[in-house]
Ligand binder design. Structure first.
Ligand code: CO8
Length: 257
């Protein structure tokens, strides 16, 4: 499927979404966000897809929310257009999402990458939260997700003084999983997504949920949820198949059941 704001493609069991507003460095307007969330939900429902890659262009993953769209808005208009509500739907996607990031990854763009499960970055990637330079603050998760990822000190410098992180710094701080040359960042993300997409679907689903809970709840609640999900997987055919295949020294054949 192709439309003007995003491009989607399916390769094997990987669903790919490419942000497509190159003239404004993939600035995230509301229409793009709605289209993006709806494409993610479609991939999430599709049993033929095991993992999703979200990417932009070589020059920009996304340079933030669309400043032009927000400039004259009142608080009521921002709330009425559901400006950030749809980010909850994004966070509810159950399949693993890998952000393949090159170039500018700023403001809402950085928050979008942070809302994904992993980040593969090109050497040109630049991460930042420049909201303070516009007289506003982060609104779609950076104050929480960035702080939980790179820690308080670096987050404070980024959000209070527009410090940018180079790709190498982001790797050092644990914000990104892998650093690649610019020419290969997408292929590297796709290769990782293909490996993940080939794994047992219900185990992937439960595992993502359990790790996500580490950021959403207390340790005892998270541990209890992990234990429930762990035991539940013993009701699946894939658990029987995975263990039988190990014992028979053959590769498993997953059913997603
Ligand atoms: N919004 C709208 N237009 C943008 C944006 C943006 N965020 N970023 C770039 N553009 C446009 C520019 O206006 C320019 O358009 P034109 O050619 O018509 O003048 C075009 O993209 C190319 O940009 P530049 O000429 O500026 O390119 P440079 O290479 O010189 O600079 C930068 C690149 C440094 C990325 C620069 O464009 C920039 O600083 N952009 C703004 C970055 C920013 O402030 N982002 C934060 C926005 S606020 C935000 O994200 C709040 C999130 C709230 C929650 C999320 C809800 C979706």
């Amino acid at each position: 499927m192709t439309d003007s704001l995003i491009l989607t493609e399916i390769i094997g069991r990987v669903g790919i979404i490419r942000l497509n507003r190159p003239k404004v460095l993939n600035a995230l307007n509301q229409e793009l966000m709605h289209t993006l969330v709806s494409a993610l939900q479609d991939f999430d429902k599709n049993p033929e897809i095991g993992c999703i890659v979200l990417t932009g262009s070589e020059r920009a993953f996304a340079a933030g929310a669309d400043v032009k769209e927000m400039a004259d808005a009142s608080p009521f208009e921002m709330i009425q257009m559901g400006y950030i509500e749809q980010w909850d739907a994004l966070a509810a996607i159950t399949k693993p999402i890998i952000a393949a990031v090159s170039g500018w990854c700023l403001g809402g763009g950085c928050e979008l990458a942070l809302a994904c499960d992993m980040i593969v970055a090109s050497e040109s990637a630049k991460f930042g939260q420049p909201e303070i330079t516009l007289g506003i603050m982060t609104g779609a998760g950076a104050s929480q997700r960035l702080a939980r990822t790179v820690g308080k000190a670096v987050t404070m410098e980024m959000v209070l003084n527009n410090r940018h992180l180079s790709a190498e710094e982001a790797l050092g701080y644990g914000l990104v999983n892998r650093l690649t040359p610019v020419d290969t960042f997408f292929e590297e993300a796709l290769a990782l997504a293909k490996e993940i997409a080939a794994r047992a679907p219900l185990a992937l689903h439960s595992q993502k949920k359990a790790v996500t809970l580490a950021f959403d709840t207390t340790l005892p609640e998270g541990l209890a949820a992990e234990r429930r999900l762990f035991f539940l997987l013993f009701s699946t055919l894939d658990q029987k198949e995975g263990m039988q295949a190990f014992l028979e020294k053959r590769p498993p054949s997953w059913r997603g059941a």
